[in-house]
Write a protein that binds this ligand. Structure first.
Ligand SMILES: *Cc1c(COP(=O)(O)O)cnc(C)c1O
Length: 457
């Protein structure tokens, strides 16, 4: 058994919680490419963004120079109900693997929404309330973001309209009920309630939807209803900013015990948990103060980094949203129905895309059956039933720990355990029954959607 000087759970005191978010872009020499107006192809201005997003969130979205942005007291007080989140030394997993590696994970599943998404939901709801809005609209894939936003909106007494990808709406009725309990209205997408939904349904009758479709619908509703704005749970710079609370806590807790990670691993859907977890460490790397290895893990069924193209693309299927430069599979790409619903977005955060492009970040893709094997291994010794999304990071953390076993290296590995899997038991059932399959897009599938990228240059 490894030394017990370091406790299983490392907590910061309440008074040690971050007072400011960290804006990684401030330390990037090559800034992420700006969002473009899809009509003029010019960088979007604050005036153009403000009919879609709340004013302060627009300011955060466009701010690439201020390193620290104070967390308002109202948000910090909410954070105190479920943060600081634990940083756990995975002693039991280490022992099981017989690895000399030291494994830590930052666990974000300790709140009712079951994932890290609440960190940004509460911030976005706060700014909407502060602006005097009536409500917000959004999309949700697997349901975690919609759940988090419903909780945040009920806390600040805001109306919340959620467009939920139809396949999840049907497969995850319990998530839907959590959202409704918190007062949100939940509509399966694509729907007949929007122009873009009708158009998508006419073109693809019987479609089970995608995040891109649901985004188009939510944006349409926000821009057509006075007093409403659209909020997004990942991808955007502002979301990465709010999620930096994960990384700052992890960084400070490790520092308190004199621990320095060699390698930081996170699953990547739109990039918000990974961007948040690595933020302060990446800042040190960019400033030349320390070195770390960063690994993004994505599903082989939706491999934006590893098989995508770095280009301007739409964030939505209806092609009404701003254009973002990112690693993308094309906005018309609809991934196969894998079980890591939160990792099924066709693109990737523009900040992480730039860092990946510049070689600061690596990426690997993994198949879902392997991911569930890792989830099972983890659950059996560490006592947490992990979300399928989070289990992508577990899989690669275990692989890296196995490599250490072969080489004898005592690497320190930190990974993000973004949430719990209690609403994913249909997926676990498939796995337990041996019925889980892996679907990997062909080169032709990807080329077909890449061919439809907007022509920008
Ligand atoms: C949404 C989600 C993710 C992926 O989103 P990112 O923005 O890439 O972090 C990962 N894990 C869980 C549990 C999620 O709910």
């Amino acid at each position: 058994m490894p030394s017990k000087e370091i406790p299983y759970k490392i907590y910061l005191e309440e008074g040690e919680m971050p007072k400011a978010w960290y804006n990684l872009r401030a330390d990037m020499k090559n800034k992420p490419a700006p969002l473009l107006n899809p009509g003029t192809l010019q960088p979007l201005t604050a005036e153009e963004l403000s009919p879609i997003f709340c004013e302060e969130l627009v300011a955060q979205e466009l701010d690439e120079t201020t390193p620290f942005i104070e967390i308002p007291d109202e948000i910090r007080n909410f954070y105190k109900m479920y943060r600081p989140s634990p940083l756990v030394r995975a002693y039991c997993l280490e022992e099981k693997l017989q690895t000399p590696a030291k494994i830590y994970y930052k666990f974000e599943g300790n709140n009712t929404s079951g994932s890290h998404k609440l960190n940004s939901a509460i911030a976005q709801a706060y700014y909407a309330k502060k602006q005097g809005l009536k409500g917000v609209t959004t999309e949700t894939g697997a349901g975690q973001w919609g759940t988090a936003l419903s909780m945040a909106c009920s806390y600040f007494d805001l109306d919340c309209k959620v467009y939920m990808v139809k396949v999840s709406y049907e497969q995850k009725p319990f998530r839907r009920e959590v959202m409704r309990t918190y007062g949100a209205s939940v509509v399966p997408s694509p729907s007949e309630t929007t122009e873009v939904g009708k158009k998508i349904l006419a073109e693809h009758p019987g479609t089970t939807g995608s995040l891109g479709c649901a985004i188009s619908e939510a944006v349409e509703v926000a821009t057509k209803n006075p007093g409403y704005r659209y909020v997004l749970g990942s991808v955007l710079n502002q979301v990465l900013l709010h999620q930096s609370v994960i990384g700052i806590e992890a960084h400070d807790a490790m520092k308190k015990y004199g621990i320095k990670p060699d390698m930081i691993i996170g699953c990547a859907g739109g990039g918000s948990n990974l961007g948040g977890l690595i933020a302060p460490f990446m800042g040190e790397k960019l400033r030349g103060e320390a070195d770390y290895e960063f690994i993004a893990v994505e599903p082989a069924s939706c491999p934006s980094f590893t098989r995508g193209t770095y280009a301007y693309d739409f964030c939505d299927t209806g092609m009404i949203c701003p254009l973002a430069k990112m690693y993308t599979l094309g906005s018309s790409f609809i991934p196969s129905a894998n079980h890591a619903g939160g990792l099924r977005f066709h693109g990737m955060s523009s900040t992480l895309s730039q860092l990946y492009h510049d070689g600061y970040l690596k990426a690997v893709s993994v198949e879902q059956t392997e991911v569930f094997k890792a989830a099972e291994q983890f659950a059996r010794v560490e006592g947490i039933l992990p979300a399928p999304e989070s289990s992508h990071a577990i899989k690669v953390a275990i692989d890296e720990a196995q490599k250490c076993k072969e080489t004898g290296e005592e690497k320190t590995i930190l990974f993000g355990l973004t949430g719990t899997g209690y609403f994913d038991l249909v997926a676990y059932q498939k796995f337990n029954d041996g019925e889980m399959t892996d679907t990997i897009p062909t080169d032709e599938d990807i080329a077909a959607s890449i061919a439809r990228l907007p022509k920008v240059d």
